[in-house]
Write a protein that binds this ligand. Sequence first.
Ligand code: GTP
Ligand code: MG
Length: 423
Amino acid sequence: MIDFIKIKVKAGDGGKGCVAWRHEKFYENGGPFGGDGGRGGHVYIEVDTNETTLTKLRFTRSVKAGNGEPGKIKKMHGADGEDVTIKVPLGTMVRNAANGDLLADLTRPHQIVMIAKGGKGGLGNYHFATARNDAPEYAQPGEIGESLELQIELRLLADAGLIGFPSVGKSTFLSIVTRARPEIAAYPFTTIDPNIGVVSLPDERSFVLADMPGLIEGAADGKGLGHEFLRHIRRCRVLIHVIDMSGEERDPLEDYVIINEELKSYDEELAGRPQLIVANKMDTEGADANLERFRLAHPDQRIFPASTLTHQGIDPILYAVMDEIEAAREAEATDTAKEEVVVYRYEPKRPDFEIRNLGNHRWKVDSPKVDRLAEQVNFDNDDDTYAFAQTLAKMGIDNALREAGCKDGDQVIVGTYIMDFSD
Ligand SMILES: Nc1nc2c(ncn2[C@@H]2O[C@H](COP(=O)(O)OP(=O)(O)OP(=O)(O)O)[C@@H](O)[C@H]2O)c(=O)[nH]1
Ligand SMILES: [Mg+2]
């Protein structure tokens, strides 16, 4: 049931800033006038309710967003790189393939998540004009877009889930309406993991049905198979609440109340999910009397008397569930309001650099980001060097050095370069 693929994603790089000068009628030797580079495109993942499998992505090895364009003359911005969106079915989970971290659990229609962020565009040279230097030859390079490998996994979402106390006949129900062959036995907690099957109606409609482990009082606090089980039914559109009407083990009226209390204390939303009541084991003695009491206590509920042992009363349940599922599907499809984008940072936010004291008034700045920037700098050019130093200050590196104890005249190693620190 699990569909599984890997895709490499790369967000676009930022465009580099432009070095240009103002040349207009009354400004012969105008100042710096180079525009900023455009932002690199982002990579998004979005739920598409028309998809039910990952098949379309089977042969997609990598996805790349567009790079930002370089800045232009006259302070004109380069265009932003084009974003790309990977469409996946509801129930998809996205992990970082490198470490298995869960990046996104797509459980809502139209949910959209930014999975790789495009690099910022570099600033044009006009940003770097100062009193000391009104003609900077320097513009910032663009930032590199994020890249990572995704592990995309689809968990089949059951449309309907069978819930109820242990031994009420949930697995038996699943076994008579689908090809699934779950274990059935007269002791509680026979079912430990949910079983799943497809119910096909004679009119060609179908839905996915899951049989759940039994629920008991205190399940919401982890009793019995507790949370494990409740987590699974969160994704079901319709709940089929099976109640043992024989009254041999417990009181059916009490059972109904307890299960709903547990649902509610686990998740209010779950308690409000459409619920059909299957009054099971109607073949037993005393079942009729219990059903009578139950109806009186819950006159507004839809109650389906049945026997999963003798296969009586099953079809009306399946049709009612199917109708309920279709109504829910329709409601989801028309609910086209776009989700707000959630930005997912796949690495915890930490400072872009680290300072190391090498002793003897020497310091080292460890930072892949700074190293990348340094590679683009022409250190023979004073303007470039000065602008680079300014960038370091902006990143907070000067302050961090000062705080760490770096003094005027100390040497600071950045990438493969050595700079003198001046306060
Ligand atoms: N008399 C009668 N017995 C039934 C009926 N349905 C199921 N049973 C019996 O009840 C017992 C439990 O059935 P299961 O289907 O395993 O119950 P369950 O709800 O899946 O139980 P757990 O997995 O433990 O939560 C078995 O011995 C079944 O044969 C029914 O309609 N009538
Ligand atoms: Mg079972």
